[in-house]
Structure formats: C-alpha cells, structure tokens
Design a protein around this ligand. Structure first.
Ligand code: SF4
Ligand code: SF4
Length: 359
C-alpha cells in the first residue's frame, strides 16, 4: 500500500475522484471510498485534495494518536492527518541512520528544495538548497547528494536514445520514463505503447544505482554496505524504488523513498531548528550538475533538457545562448527554453525562478 483512504475519516465527498487521473476512487457519494489498486498509479493527487481530517482539536488526543500510530507517523507530529494518505517510511530511515554498519547516502530531487521551505513557514517558492543540505547532514546522513546529478545522467541517456531512434530508425514518438506514475498509467491502460517509453531509468533509480556502485567505490566500500535513501516530491517514487527490476547492481538501487512532507516531519522529530541551520553545500563529486538536471523540477523541463542535449549530440556544438530573448517564446520572463549555468553548489535561500539563468 503506497496510498490509502482511512475508512473512519472519509466522508465520501468524492473530491479526490475528480482529480484522480486513473478513475481509481471507488464508492457511493456520501460513503467511505476505497482505492482500486489495479487502477491506481500512486500519484498522490487524492492525498493533496482530501480535506477530511483528524486533529487533536476536532477528535481529541486519543483518537488522533491512534491514527498516527496506525500510519507509523512520528510521535512529535501534531498537524491534522487526512483521510487520504500516503505510506510513511520514516521508521526505516531512522533505523538506517542509527545503524553504524550502514553507510547512508541520501539524494534530494530538485523540487524538494522549494517545497520543504513551506513546511517551515517560509514564503511559497522560497528556494532553500543550502538549508536542505544542512538539515540532511545534521540528521546524520554520511553523504548528501543532489538528484540533479543523476538527472543529468538520465538526460544524457534519454537524449542519446532519442537521437538514435530518430537517426537510425526506432519507435517514435519516444515517451519519457522519468515519472513512475506515468509509466504505471501507460502499463495499466496502454500496454501496447510500452515500446514508446525510453529505456532509461528515472533520476532516482540512476542515482541509487550509481551510489551502490561508483559511489561505494569512492568510499572504499561495497554495494551491500550502502543504504540509499531518496527524498522525492511524489508518492509513486516509493513504488518505483520497490519495482523488482530496479536492482541491476545486485543491490536495490534505492532502499527507501520518502516524501518532502516525511522529511519535514523527520527534521522536526529530531529536534532540528530549521531557522538556525547555516547553508551547506551538497557533497561531491556526485552533487555536480548542469542546468539540464535542475529544470527537471519544472513543467516541460525534461523535454527541454532532452532537446538541449540532443542538439549538442547531433551538432557537436554547444547550444546557442538561449538568453537571447529573440529566441524565446512562451510565458512572460521565461520561455519554452530556459538558459541554465553549470552549478555545483547549494547556495542560500532564493526565490525559484525557472526563467532565470542563475540556476
Ligand atoms: S494515488 Fe492517484 S491514481 Fe491512486 S487513487 Fe489517488 S489520485 Fe487516483
Ligand atoms: S478520501 Fe477525502 S477527498 Fe476522497 S472522498 Fe474521502 S474525504 Fe473526500
């Protein structure tokens, strides 16, 4: 179970059914709903939409604590808990961090550095890679890497595959395989189109595979010694990490995936004061990245990164300066292309501006 509906809390409003892309919410209006697990793609949209909750104020501490315990949520959490919810794997993360025989490597997806700030009262859109890295180091992870690095590797793979399919003849159009919910949706509903999917793993899985192989070598360790954690913006990433094929190295690429909300709970549970954190860099060398990896976190970013990479692969030339406004189209201040600079650091808190050339 990655996403579920609490039968005791669900009012049967069916607002979640309106946003479910897979028509997986089942039940009569006004009655508790269930999830058809054969259809569900674990995207978490129902979790975002649900407004029915249990809180200490509305239901009392005993009822609230019971729900918290059922869901394996840390004791310190005090916020309302909703009828639609995602699995919480923080117990596994805590266990790994406490195990001195495990070398823990954590990776963070690009979107997390923005979303995490909201959990600590910062303005919507505040970019906090430095504090995020500091929090993860303070939690005790041995290495804190940025998923932007494996995102760059993914786009080299996907870009190369796209060029090959176009120039040598292959199944087109090619669909990205980065989003596990999308992949599951296609598998469930359009299995005959599976050949259109790129064969490249998602950044999360490529990152995990690198950490268990080259990353282990860097530390003078073996893959079995590495415990790989990922912090992702999507509930389906936990499903993806558990797919049976995601262990090419002989070890699971990712041992556990948690969401941004889970990480915020963990930071609070471990008594870390977000406001007091001083910015820290992500670790190297597996934290180095270009702007192509960064823009995975915005709508259209994967496509744009693939096109940019494909351009260089085909022409052998660096892509032209896309800061030239005459080349731009699309939304105000941005474009269907976004210019990015190579960035190996974390920096401080800034506003997220996907049209900027800063990132
Ligand atoms: S997780 Fe996504 S697919 Fe599954 S029931 Fe919720 S909204 Fe529908
Ligand atoms: S899970 Fe939440 S949004 Fe969906 S029907 Fe129940 S109360 Fe409404």
């Amino acid at each position: 179970m990655i996403v579920a509906i609490d039968q005791n809390l669900c009012t049967g409003c069916r607002e979640c059914a309106e946003v479910c892309p897979a028509y997986a919410i089942v039940g009569e209006q006004g009655q508790p709903q269930t999830i058809d697990t054969d259809r569900c793609v674990m995207c978490g949209q129902c979790v975002q939409k649900c407004k029915s909750y249990v809180s200490i104020l509305t239901h009392g501490k005993k009822a609230y604590d019971r729900v918290k315990k059922e869901r394996n949520i840390p004791d310190s959490v005090q916020e309302p808990l909703f009828a639609a919810y995602a699995v919480c794997n923080l117990d596994k993360v805590k266990e790994a961090l406490a195990d001195k025989n495990k070398f823990t490597i954590v990776q963070c997806a690009p979107a997390v550095r923005v979303a995490i700030a909201e959990e600590f009262g910062e303005d919507l859109g505040t970019l906090t890679p430095g504090k995020l890295s500091a929090a993860l180091h303070t939690l005790g992870f041995d290495r804190v890497y940025d998923t932007n690095f494996p995102a760059d590797v993914t786009i080299m793979e996907e870009g190369t595959e796209l060029v090959k399919r176009v120039t040598e003849g292959g199944v087109l159009p090619m669909f990205t395989s980065c989003c596990p919910a999308w992949v599951k949706f296609l598998e469930n509903n359009y299995p005959e189109l599976a050949d259109h999917l790129s064969s490249a793993k998602s950044p999360q899985q490529i990152g995990g595979a690198i950490f268990k192989t080259y990353g282990a070598q860097l530390e003078g360790k073996e893959g079995k010694d590495i415990y790989s954690v990922s912090v992702m913006p999507c509930t389906c990433k936990e499903f993806e990490s558990g797919r049976p094929e995601m262990k090419d190295s002989g070890f699971r690429d990712v041992d556990v995936a948690i969401t941004t909300r889970d990480l915020a709970w963990l930071i609070k549970d471990m008594g870390i004061n977000w406001d007091d954190l001083e910015d820290q860099e992500f670790d190297q060398p597996l934290g180095l990245y270009t702007g192509a990896g960064t823009i995975f976190g915005v709508t259209g970013g994967v496509m744009e990164a693939a096109i940019r990479t494909g351009y260089e692969l085909v022409t052998g030339q660096p892509i032209p300066d896309l800061c030239d406004k005459s080349r731009r189209s699309g939304f105000e201040g941005g474009s269907c292309y976004r210019a990015e600079k190579c960035n190996s650091g974390s920096g401080g808190s800034k506003k997220w501006n996907p049209g900027s050339s800063f990132y």
